[in-house]
Design a protein around this ligand. Structure first.
Ligand SMILES: [Zn+2]
Length: 337
């Protein structure tokens, strides 16, 4: 420290370094031959709510290492100065902490009140993504996420064992994931959703990795399978009841039974979609609002309600059931001949 001056709103400190030797920033070889000196103006953390400036005299040294690409280099004072940066490291840490807690605009308002005026963009530029490791984690979780729901999606990669995000990809295409897997080898198990784009990327870029479905998607698959199976067994029960003579009254027909959850859902969707279409909404807008694929919404537009209900109820069994006696008869005749 060379000198110190303070008034109501500003603290100015003059400083220089006495260290005789400095290591070259490119090759690390120490040097004591001074080329020149110049002044830097570095903002520091506020002192008693007053903006603080360090007027730092720094030296430019010769690098005498003949193999180094740099002829001269400028010294940096540990903990205070960094190359090309006008704020001290302490101030950067403070601004970084404020931005993490408050974000751009509120952070900027707080900074103005505490003697470190910093604009929104300056604060946001301090938020760097953490460095990405060169090798992929052993167990990698892959899933999509929405930058803007229904419009733009990206891919998030997670280290499943450490339960921490590893990287974020700008889209959800197989090409992007494949190139990431090539650039970051080492994955042994990939835990993913059911998107075929990810499978393609994994098969292409990490063919030795084992693919597993994540727990959420497994449970979702299971619940859908249970829903369908229950639906299918209604027809089996009806068939059984028709075949077996019994003093107990027969099961009512499927159509006469109270509507199930699936049937109700189909009815509601059918009414909603057609009401919106009648009001003049374009099909893609309707699909977006209802949260369905455009093709599915079109099916709701072009198909009669009872057909939709039948296909939702029992997509596999109903049509074949109708022809079962005929098919059995044919099989018996063919077996005899
Ligand atoms: Zn050097």
């Amino acid at each position: 420290m060379e000198g110190f001056r303070a008034d109501d709103c500003l603290v100015i400190a003059r400083a220089f370094s006495r260290t005789p030797l400095r290591s070259c920033s490119a090759c690390g070889v120490p040097s004591k031959r001074v080329h020149s000196r110049y002044g830097r103006r570095i903002s520091d953390r506020p002192v008693a709510d007053r903006s603080t400036i360090i007027l730092l005299t720094v030296r430019r040294f010769f690098c005498d290492n003949t193999e180094c690409m740099r002829r001269t280099f400028v010294e940096q004072i540990a903990g205070v100065s960094e190359r090309h940066r006008q704020a001290s490291m302490g101030l950067c840490q403070l601004l970084h902490a404020i931005t993490i807690e408050l974000g751009g605009r509120p952070g900027s308002r707080l900074c103005r009140k505490t003697g470190v005026p910093a604009g929104r963009m300056r604060l946001l530029k301090l938020l760097h993504a953490p460095p990405v490791a060169q090798r992929a984690p052993r167990i990698l979780g892959v899933d999509e996420f929405a930058f803007r729901r229904g419009h733009t999606y990206g891919t998030i990669l997670v280290d499943v064992e450490k339960r921490r995000p590893v990287d974020v990809l700008p889209d959800r295409t197989s090409e992007t994931l494949a190139s990431w897997l090539v650039a970051h080898p080492g994955v042994e198990i990939v835990c993913r959703d059911r998107a075929s784009a990810y499978t393609r990327a994994i098969k292409e870029a990490a063919p030795l990795a084992m693919e597993v479905a994540d727990r959420w998607h497994l449970l979702r698959n299971l619940s859908q399978a249970v829903e369908k199976t229950c639906q299918q067994h209604r027809a089996c029960l009806r068939k059984y009841a028709e075949r077996t003579p019994s003093p107990i009254p027969r099961m009512p027909l499927l159509e006469a039974q109270p509507p199930t959850f699936i049937v109700q859902r189909v009815q509601q969707r059918y009414e909603l979609i057609n009401r919106m279409l009648d009001k003049g909404y374009p099909l893609s807008e309707v699909a977006r609002r209802v949260g369905l694929d455009r093709k599915t919404a079109r099916r709701y537009r072009d198909t009669e309600l009872d057909v939709l209900i039948v296909s939702a109820r029992d997509r596999r069994n109903v049509p074949l059931d109708r022809y079962e006696p005929f098919l059995l008869l044919r099989a018996r005749i063919l077996a005899r001949s």
